[in-house]
Design a protein around this ligand. Structure first.
Ligand code: ACM
Length: 634
């Protein structure tokens, strides 16, 4: 008897003292503001319960979201209850005794959250459901990936996180005009954004190549404007539509579908910013309603052939009927999109036809304008009035500064940071999205082995992005965003390839503290997140593993000579440390048995091609790259 009692006592003691196993903290992107590792781990299994305030509809939704995510990753369908106990994940308000930091950050930032993982329970705490949602994303990243389908339990590391974003505007833009993306594809894009704590989906809905949103009062916008002739190949080289060729490529979203996407995004605490790009980039609208342009000619929607300066793609700012049409468009847009901002484009407006138009010239005289840029400014100011009448704020590309900025306008700075700086100096709010750091349509590796586009933006340059220029009031910089223009992007898989991992870099730049941003450490975490993308069948680029290859003149005078590339030195480097580069000049496929690059190599006589590949610890990391020496640059 005594023996049994002693045994039971010993067992109780052992259980009380037993530590749950220590497990490694998985990589988190974006890196949280504070993370304190704890002892032990939480065992998540199919008996774990989600605890919420069951009277709060937002929390009921959050529990549904969390449960869905857990179901898809682990196959568990957890009970949702109202009472905290053992083996629970609870969504709560932050506790009073938490650090001083929290109180401040919670006040300042509705997206702040705390996450506690302990032996017996997990707690996500925030003052808003938005904060809880961001915390749930971090929690999901703590779930290990290995063998999840078969696991009857997974261990999450004990830790305490307090976290909040650096910027309130963390966006990605998707252009659905140049190539149309279905509702399901758009939702999938938004879903992935949510996982990395983006909170603005900028939907570029109209452009010269297609009008994508139903406007019930102007049915031709989609009957005509949503369709162009099909073309495949290199953008800007396509044949224009033939005489009787059918416009079969395109599509548009009905009001119902727009509402569905907006709700889908709202459930992920993402605001949808609609863009109606005017007065330029408006050929699809003009194809539907030719009287809105200066020439009034019957153009077709452009399939991606050269047309600038030949066809008139700008609304005529001197016509009153243009403003009547704009009012109709923005009435419906304002009803469809609850976000306080509407984007009116304003970029790259070709004004050549305005200079020849009598109405425009008369208006300029009447208003005392000396430059056509002032006509655009006049137009944008009237857009602002229209939007204000619908309770909305205007945002536009930085060209809206030209000719004078509208009084309350917000500026999206894309041609570098200077437009944003100028706007901020005048006290306007700014979103920074310079081509130099944020254009996701650009190459992310050597053009010879990347999908066709026109300029370069490597991952490390995205990670170097600093949205607040020196000397500018941080309060005026709302944040930043990545822009994916889709002239050369035909499919969702390609859109994903262009977005990730550069989207990881932007997510971290826009969320995490500047001092916590560390390139080498980031790329290590990035690799773990490639596995997460694999697990959900989302595409991404591994171009960051490829070498950067250039040429160096050998000796003096050679560079200038005809054919100098063929007697130059090849210079190679990598964006990441720890990669070995193997190469061949004989057009055979290099691997670890080939020469390893250590210093500039003289191009052998007769060689016209360089093949390179990178390895790390015996594993091929980069692509097999076949580079024509004649296309490399000094
Ligand atoms: C732009 O890239 N045209 C805003």
């Amino acid at each position: 008897m005594i023996k049994v009692t002693t045994y039971i006592f010993a067992l109780i003691l052992m259980t009380a003292c037993a530590k749950t196993p220590q497990v490694e903290i998985p990589a988190l992107i974006p890196i949280p503001v504070t993370l304190d590792a704890g002892d032990g781990s939480f065992e998540l299994n199919s008996r774990t319960k989600i605890v919420i305030n069951v009277d709060d509809p937002a929390q009921v939704k959050l529990a549904g979201y969390l449960n869905n995510e857990l179901l898809s990753v682990l196959g568990y369908d957890l009970d949702v209850v109202g009472q905290v106990g053992k083996n629970t994940i609870s969504l709560e308000a932050p506790s009073q005794e938490s650090a001083q930091f929290s109180e401040l950050s919670f006040q300042k930032n509705p997206e702040s959250y705390q996450l506690d993982v302990e032996d017996l329970k997990i707690r996500v705490a925030a003052t808003s459901s938005e904060g809880l949602f961001r915390g749930i994303q971090t929690l999901m990243q703590l779930i290990p990936l290995e063998n999840n389908e078969k696991a009857d339990k997974v261990l999450l590391p004990a830790l305490h996180i307090e976290d909040y974003p650096r910027f309130a505007w963390r966006g990605l833009m998707l252009d659905v005009s140049r190539h149309f993306f279905t509702v399901e594809e758009v939702k999938s894009y938004i879903d992935q954004m949510a996982k990395y704590k983006f909170n603005i989906f900028h939907w570029h809905l109209t452009d010269d190549q297609g009008w994508r949103v139903e406007i019930k009062s102007l049915p031709k916008l989609t009957e005509v404007g949503a369709w162009r002739v099909p073309r495949t190949g290199q953008w800007w080289t396509y044949d224009p539509p033939a005489e009787n060729e059918k416009a079969t490529n395109g599509g548009y979203y009905t009001h119902e579908q727009i509402r569905e996407v907006v709700q889908y995004a709202a459930d992920r605490y993402i605001q949808v910013l609609p863009e109606i790009d005017v007065p330029g980039h408006s050929l699809s609208m003009i194809a539907a309603y030719p009287h809105l342009s200066s020439t009034e000619l019957p153009y077709k929607v452009n399939p991606g052939s050269k047309f600038y300066t030949i066809e008139d793609n700008a609304l005529n700012p001197a016509k009153e009927e243009v403003y009547e049409v704009m009012d109709k468009v923005f009435t419906e847009i304002a009803e469809l999109f609850p976000f306080e901002y509407i984007h009116v484009g304003g970029d790259e407006c070709y004004k050549g036809f305005w200079t020849k138009d009598k109405l425009c010239q008369d208006l300029m005289k009447k208003e005392g304008m000396s430059h056509v840029n002032e006509l655009q400014s006049y137009f944008i100011k009237r857009m602002e009035k229209i939007l204000q009448s619908k309770g909305k704020k205007l945002i536009g590309w930085d060209e809206i500064l030209e000719g004078g900025l509208a009084p309350e306008a917000n500026v999206m700075s894309w041609r570098g940071m200077k437009g944003g700086i100028k706007a901020a100096e005048m006290g306007h709010k700014v979103v920074m999205t310079p081509t130099t750091h944020c254009y996701l349509d650009l190459y992310q590796g050597d053009p010879q082995v990347e999908p066709d586009t026109y300029s370069m933006l490597r991952l490390r340059d995205v990670y170097r992005f600093e949205p607040v220029p020196e000397g500018i009031d941080e309060e005026l910089i709302l944040g930043g965003q990545g822009n994916l223009w889709t002239e050369s992007v035909y499919t969702l898989g390609h859109a994903q390839y262009m977005t990730w991992p550069r989207g990881f870099a932007l997510a971290e730049v826009l969320w995490s503290e500047k001092d916590d941003q560390d390139w080498e450490e980031f790329v290590g975490r990035m690799e773990e997140h490639f596995d997460r993308l694999d697990a959900v069948y989302v595409n991404y680029a591994v171009s960051v593993f490829d070498p950067i290859v250039g040429l160096k003149a050998q000796g003096t005078g050679l560079k200038a000579q005809e054919g100098s590339r063929l007697r130059a030195q090849v210079v190679m480097e990598t964006e990441l440390v720890g990669l070995d580069i193997f190469y061949s000049f004989d057009d055979s496929y290099p691997d670890e048995h080939y020469p390893v690059y250590t210093e500039p190599v003289l191009v052998p006589l007769g060689a016209t091609v360089l093949r390179v590949v990178t390895y790390r610890d015996g594993k091929q990391m980069g692509k097999q790259m076949r580079l024509e020496l004649s296309k490399l640059t000094f």
